[in-house]
Unconditional design. Structure first.
Length: 369
């Protein structure tokens, strides 16, 4: 279960610079719009100190961490939903992702051209959000236009679904046509499930990422404060990052060099590391581990998943033929020192199909297909 985040924003806000820092992969970066045309895909290892501790105790032959995928999507502009600036192509890329990282320029620099000729983060956000809403409106309108005919269908299953969908899509279309995203409406779980096939961009979880200069690392500047206020209204996440600084950190080759750089800059944790973990948690994703002498591996599951669903992350056969799960928490391993001592302490359990998996569990599944 790989998490894929799309990095979006206006041209020249620092998307590709941040992408380079995230993945240490070469994404073209230049001082002109539409530098990125085809999206760059980068795979980021999600650091996890718990996994490092497990590895030191067990001593496996290999360690396999979980990952986050980042898709660097070309800069959108006003009119993208109507095809401006290759907009339709770029909007199609955004539909592929699980979550959106919306990069917003929050620094002054006369040397870096802004596509609108001025720094106004809220206006920048609104340009992107309106285009995403209008793109969703087109999808909703096409589906809505088909419903009257479906409501008259002789098959009850088709007609019933159409009758339920019609008022939902009608309400949604009005909101989207005004440039407001689907997230502004309070949908029930059942309604969200019905909307799933439309793969709406404006229903995706969004994180506003303020790209700042070195002066705003320690203290929010006026632009960051505006973006944070906007994010609160949308119930969205918000982080600040210095793309230039993160690129310098990413260019260093060893862990020691990076740690020394962070210490010299007065930073405890790199912005890239915080971003990856925030995106992971934002989607309600959690990690359990399988651990043995051959390998220690991190597996991604959704918060609230029960043991069979978590087993299915490894292989569908594990879920189909699930019998039991042998479970103990990584903290128990750290406290006890070995798996044998975990058992002696009574912390080792055998759980059934109703067990809700916890973040940090170490699991072994019994199954039969």
């Amino acid at each position: 279960m790989a998490l894929k985040c799309g990095i979006v924003g206006l041209p020249n806000v620092g998307k590709s610079t941040i992408f380079q820092a995230l993945t240490s992969a070469p994404a073209e970066a230049a001082n002109y719009p539409f530098c990125t045309i085809e999206p760059n895909l980068g795979v980021v290892t999600l650091s996890d100190k718990r996994m490092d501790k497990i590895g030191k105790i067990i001593g496996p032959k290999k360690m396999i961490p979980t990952i986050v995928e980042f898709l660097d999507i070309a800069g959108l502009v006003k009119g993208a939903s109507q095809g401006e600036g290759l907009g339709n192509q770029f909007l199609g890329h955004i539909r592929q992702v699980n979550a959106i990282v919306h990069v917003v320029r929050c620094f002054d620099d006369s040397e870096i051209v802004h596509v609108s000729g001025r720094i106004d983060p809220i206006d920048d956000i609104e340009i992107i959000n309106i285009e995403l809403a209008l793109a969703d409106y087109d999808s909703v309108k096409k589906r809505l236009d088909k419903l009257p005919k479906e409501m008259k269908n002789q098959k009850k299953e088709i007609s019933s679904l159409a009758k339920v969908l019609f008022p939902i899509l009608e309400k949604l279309a009005k909101e989207l046509e005004e440039g407001r995203g689907a997230r502004t409406l309070d949908f029930s779980e059942e309604e969200l499930e019905l909307l799933g096939p439309l793969n709406l961009i404006t229903l995706k979880e969004t994180l506003y990422l303020c790209n700042v200069d070195e002066n705003a690392i320690a203290e929010d500047n006026k632009y960051i404060k505006l973006v944070k206020e906007h994010a609160i209204k949308e119930n969205a996440a918000c982080l600040s990052i210095c793309g230039k600084l993160e690129s310098e950190i990413a260019s260093l080759t060893t862990v020691e060099e990076k740690e020394e750089f962070l210490e010299a800059a007065g930073i405890q944790q790199s912005g890239i590391d915080i971003l990856s973990h925030t995106a992971y948690k934002m989607l309600g994703l959690r990690t359990y581990f399988t651990a043995g002498v051959q390998e220690v591996r991190a597996w991604t599951f959704k918060s609230g998943d029960k043991a069979p669903q978590a087993a299915g992350v490894i292989h569908t056969d594990f879920e189909k033929g699930f019998i039991k799960a042998e479970v103990f928490h990584c903290e128990d391993l750290f406290n006890c020192g070995t798996e044998a001592k975990v058992k002696e302490a009574g912390k080792f359990r055998v759980e059934g199909k109703e067990y809700v998996v916890q973040d940090g569990d170490i699991m072994h599944f019994r199954f039969n297909v």
